[in-house]
Design a protein around this ligand. Structure first.
Ligand code: FAD
Length: 447
């Protein structure tokens, strides 16, 4: 033990991924120490499903700090947005509220800067500016740190400026593209505006300073400029690293990465916080499994495959967004960014090729990661374990042994409803594992 501090699980960072993970681990009885120094002073936009996820994690104070919903205006790929809405998050206030939520779950909070961590005998030793903490598990949730990226999107930077706007009660956001990038403007409804312009790190106008760069952006987005005509800048402009990146989940037993520290998305997706909160489910299960069983190989495999899968899906989507805009604005920024995303998707080494098959793979079972027999297909390279709670591999075994199609009979054997069996059989049929006559070839049942 160092400096008198010792913890079962130490979480580095204090953003949404860190706090959701901490609260999730507390819920299942773990002792958690969270070390973080909130530093985000930006505004961000989130959807209703992000808000719902915050509430599911029990992060009520954080959810209550969010403004909206407001109308989301603007255009994409030449089309005006219609009936769109968005919530506005003032991150300084939101991140403070996250800590209130963590404290109410009896998470021990240390306000300090993390310097690093290293193996210290059987434990991990975390070094902060003022202390050392020994622990069994370290969860790194320190956000976007693109030092050792496995894959990267185009090199992007976001230049941001806070404004004082007219006092209205209206929350609104607006997105607009221009040849060198895109900008997002948010009004909180109580006199605060936020402008964010994303462009390539190599954009020449960045050389003349952030304020002048924003001036040239506003000249290219007349509708956003008009919305800001009566507003005055508050404070100085700031730059945020905005490159999407997939980081390496280390193969060091007891060390996990989560949130942006593992997969950081392009801000254009507007889903960064949503995915950070979702990743907490996996991290809670991974840390819990490791603490309770000591098993590492299948746990780390699950975390890695899930992060590669997320990266592949999200970069496919980003390529599509950029391509859509490139058709409308065929400038170097849009065309090259779309190409960069198209070129960085080949990451999932576990991706299935060939025939559907049954393999043993790690799956998420409640709050545990366990090895199970799953059906692997090209569409589901990580494998599908259950459909409607019916174990697919067991169902394939049973069908090939009995050659039955009697749904009632199968439902009895699997102690579930005939409806669930019908769904599971339909899934097998759609994925080519069940022929209409239900004659299962023996090779379909290989372990
Ligand atoms: C320009 C830009 C715009 C974005 N816009 C949106 C948007 O509109 N909607 C959306 O959903 N997402 C958006 N995102 C993404 C969103 O910010 C992240 O996905 C989300 O915050 C990830 O949560 P996290 O907890 O993983 O990391 P973070 O929120 O980054 O939290 C990490 C925390 O760790 C702390 N920390 C870092 N290093 C240390 C250290 N050494 N010691 C102690 N503490 C430390 C940080 O201060 C921070 O509090 C945007 C990102 C960028 C870059």
């Amino acid at each position: 033990m160092a400096d008198g501090r010792c913890a079962e699980i130490t979480i580095l960072g204090s953003g949404p991924a860190a706090v959701a993970t901490a609260c999730g681990l507390r819920r299942i009885g773990h002792e958690v120490l969270l070390i973080g120094l909130p530093g985000n002073t930006a505004c961000e936009g989130v959807s209703a499903r992000t808000l719902a996820l915050l509430r599911q994690w029990g992060l009520a104070a954080a959810a209550d700090s969010i403004e909206g919903p407001g109308e989301r205006q603007g255009s994409w790929a030449g089309r005006d947005l219609v009936d769109a809405s968005e919530y506005v998050v003032d991150r300084a206030q939101f991140d403070r509220s996250l800590l209130t939520d963590a404290a109410s779950r009896e998470v021990t909070i240390v306000s300090d800067r993390v310097i690093g961590y290293a193996r210290g005998g059987r434990l991990w030793r975390v070094r902060t500016r003022h202390a050392c903490i020994d622990c069994r598990v370290v969860i790194d949730a320190r956000g976007r740190r693109v030092r050792r990226a496995l894959r990267k999107g185009p090199d992007l930077v976001a230049v941001c400026q806070r404004f004082r706007t007219r006092q209205t009660t209206k929350v609104l956001t607006r997105i607009e593209a221009f040849p060198q990038g895109w900008c997002w403007f948010a009004e909180s409804g109580h006199g605060m505006g936020w402008l964010q312009a994303v462009c390539s790190c190599n954009e020449p106008s960045l050389r003349f300073g952030l304020e002048r760069h924003l001036g040239s952006v506003l000249a290219a987005v007349p509708q956003t400029a008009a919305a800001l005509s009566a507003a005055t800048p508050a404070g100085t402009a700031l730059a945020r690293a905005a490159t999407a990146a997939l980081s390496v989940q280390p193969d060091e037993p007891g060390v996990f990465r989560t949130g942006d520290a593992l997969v950081a998305l392009d801000p254009l997706s507007g889903q960064g916080m949503y995915e950070a909160l979702r990743s907490a489910t996996v991290t809670v299960a991974a840390a819990h499994s490791y603490c309770s069983t000591g098993e590492w190989d299948s746990v780390v495999r699950f975390v890695r495959e899930r992060s590669c899968d997320l990266w592949r899906r999200r970069s496919e989507m980003a390529a599509l967004f950029y391509e859509q805009q490139a058709v409308h604005t065929p400038s170097a920024f849009w065309v090259r960014s779309a190409e960069a995303y198209a070129a960085c998707q080949d990451v999932d080494q576990s991706a299935a090729t060939g025939e559907p098959r049954i393999e043993r793979r790690p799956v998420l079972n409640g709050s545990l990661i366990e090895l199970r027999r799953v059906v692997v297909t090209a569409q589901s390279p990580r494998g599908v374990w259950r459909v409607d709670s019916v174990d697919l591999a067991e169902l394939v075994d049973f069908l090939s042994a009995t050659h039955t199609m009697d749904v009632e009979h199968i439902a009895q054997r699997f102690s579930c409803s005939p409806r669930a069996v019908a769904h599971a059989m339909q899934w097998l049929r759609t994925h080519g594992l069940l022929r209409p006559a239900a004659i299962m070839a023996p090779e379909m049942t290989m372990a």
